[in-house]
Design a protein around this ligand. Structure first.
Ligand code: FAD
Length: 327
């Protein structure tokens, strides 16, 4: 019978990608209920360093396939390797980063294993069947990001496979009693890929700068009033902050979708978040709930945002920003 929570250890140049550490946090949360072992699979040219990082994060078992080159962009060939690894490990669930790499490899793996895949989850919960067995409730936005759905993999289709958005879970901290076993699956060979990687260029979008920013300034519909967004941009530049926004800011094309904060956008964990002209809808504040210090400026003293923030200013954002910038 399928058992165990398996995490795909996405890696780059011999290092574990930070999102893999987030998925290990999710795996530990599932483990608290199901009691299953946590495994991780690594496909890389240099596996040892990645395996040690995984060990420190408290996984129980590591399965690795060494390849001639770093190859995760060769999704046709890597998906063959991963599918064979999963056939042998037979986990009940597989957690995959919802990154371009994770998506392109595991949509193929889903086809090969005939198990399907839920893309882009923002929350994983454990449910219990009448017979006492467990399943994962895979929560995610759907229908153009307008509704939330819970997807449950049909019984008999294993493993339950899902991609999880970066930033939804905090990174797993190193554990004290690391004791993972490491198994090299030496007889699994990577087939020839039809994909040839000619050049690797840095990504153009700045999503990563928001995800890693210590200070984030968020604009809401109030920032759409004339001149307000320009003031907010100047303020952000002055305090060295990344800029995020609410859905109306995206809808009105002031910021790109990959800067939207909330349930259907990014989940951020900055040290300081300052929001201007944001009402505080739960679909938005869910994406910021783990900020260390949360400050809001809003003209409406009854705005829901003030129930979430540490400090609130009932004021026009224009006045606040103009005064600050004048100093
Ligand atoms: P509003 O709710 O219109 O609030 C604007 C606020 O600005 C008001 O409180 C007003 O008092 C204040 N204001 C106006 N002028 C000024 C001024 N000059 N100075 C100071 N304050 C001023 N939204 C997201 O942001 N992210 C999501 O991921 C997201 N996902 C969603 C998913 C679903 C399924 C659904 C149904 C909705 C989702 N939404 C999301 C939309 C969300 O419900 C809210 O509609 C949205 O967050 C509201 O944005 P806002 O606060 O900018 O605008």
């Amino acid at each position: 019978m399928a058992s165990g929570i398996c995490v795909f250890a996405e890696n780059y140049k011999g290092k574990l990608e930070p999102v893999a550490a987030e998925l290990i946090t999710a795996a530990h949360l599932i483990q608290e209920t199901t009691g299953e072992k946590i495994s991780a699979i690594v496909v890389a040219r240099e596996c040892d360093g990645i395996a040690e990082e995984l060990n420190q994060l408290g996984v129980d078992e590591i399965y690795a396939v060494k390849t001639a080159e770093d190859c995760l962009l060769q999704d046709d060939a890597v998906s063959e390797v991963v599918a064979e690894m999963l056939r042998r490990i037979a986990p009940s669930s597989v957690l995959v980063p919802a990154t371009p790499t994770g998506r392109s490899i595991f949509s193929r793996v889903g086809m090969k294993l005939g198990c399907g895949m839920t893309a882009d989850c923002t929350e994983l919960l454990v449910g219990t069947r009448e017979d006492g067995s467990y399943f994962i409730k895979q929560n995610k936005p759907s229908y153009g990001e307008n509704v939330f759905v819970t997807i449950i993999t049909r019984e008999g289709f294993a493993p339950q496979m899902m991609t999880v958005r970066p930033g939804v879970y905090g990174a797993q901290e190193p554990v004290a009693d690391a004791h993972a076993t490491l198994t090299y699956m030496e007889d699994i060979q990577m087939p020839e890929s039809k994909v040839e990687v000619l050049e690797v260029l840095p990504a153009e979008n700045e999503t990563d700068s928001i995800l890693g920013a210590e200070v984030v300034v968020v604009g809401g519909r109030g920032a759409l009033e004339e001149g307000n967004f320009e003031l907010l941009q100047k303020f952000a530049q002055k305090v060295g902050a990344a800029i995020g926004g609410t859905r109306p800011m995206v809808d009105s094309e002031m910021i790109p979708f990959n800067h939207q904060i909330g349930q259907t956008g990014l989940t951020i964990r900055p040290k300081v978040c300052i929001s201007f002209g944001v009402s505080g809808a739960i679909q938005h504040t869910e994406g910021i709930k783990d900020t260390k210090l949360y400050i809001a400026v809003n003209t409406d003293e009854n705005a829901a945002i003030f129930n979430t923030t540490d400090y609130g200013m009932v004021a026009d954002m224009k006045d606040i920003l103009e005064n600050f910038l004048a100093e």
